[in-house]
Ligand binder design. Sequence first.
Ligand code: ZN
Length: 221
Amino acid sequence: MKQLADGVWHLNTMPLPNAVNAYLLEDVLVDAGTRQSRGKILRQLEGPDVSTHALTHAHPDHQGASHDVCQELCIPFWVSERDADAAENPELIRQRQPSHPMARFYIRIFMGPGHPVDRQLHDGDEVAGFKVIDVPGHSAGHVAFWRESDRVLVLGDVLNNMNIWTGIPSLHEPKPYLTPDPEENRRSIRKLVALDPELVLFGHGPALRNLPKLHEFAAAL
Ligand SMILES: [Zn+2]
């Protein structure tokens, strides 16, 4: 794991670095890659204490190994109110994704089993010193985690910092065929950029400390 800020570490969940990220915020694992990620995540978590697993959103490349990790580490599973049912019953992920071959492909290849949610997260809740922020659009219950003291933002897939086909780092909106409500997601992008973060951590792509780039991207939407 690579430390990115005080109490914040990055985990790779796939062989290609930064392609599908997870983070350890203090002792809370945020996101769990694909169903192929179990071994890679558990190896990286052998040292630190992990008390909880939380999701930014219940999509196949974030909840893939959630069941295995929670079971193996005997830790509770925290998911936002509006994604909790999909995290427990992944059939709902399928129903809520746009009807597109790529969405079906992602589900078939990456999706993991459901897992009972122990706590539903709400806007304003605190998790490992971060505030939960509702940022729907890419999923109904997508949340971000925001720590105002040093302006660290974990924003899941509200924005990608990687071209998911070439692997080249650059800011993008998430693909519309994986985003049930792109307009709502744009509002969520603006809401997060208005926080003026200093370190942005993405579900896909490397961490970003170049804030003018972030503001230019949001202004051009
Ligand atoms: Zn994703």
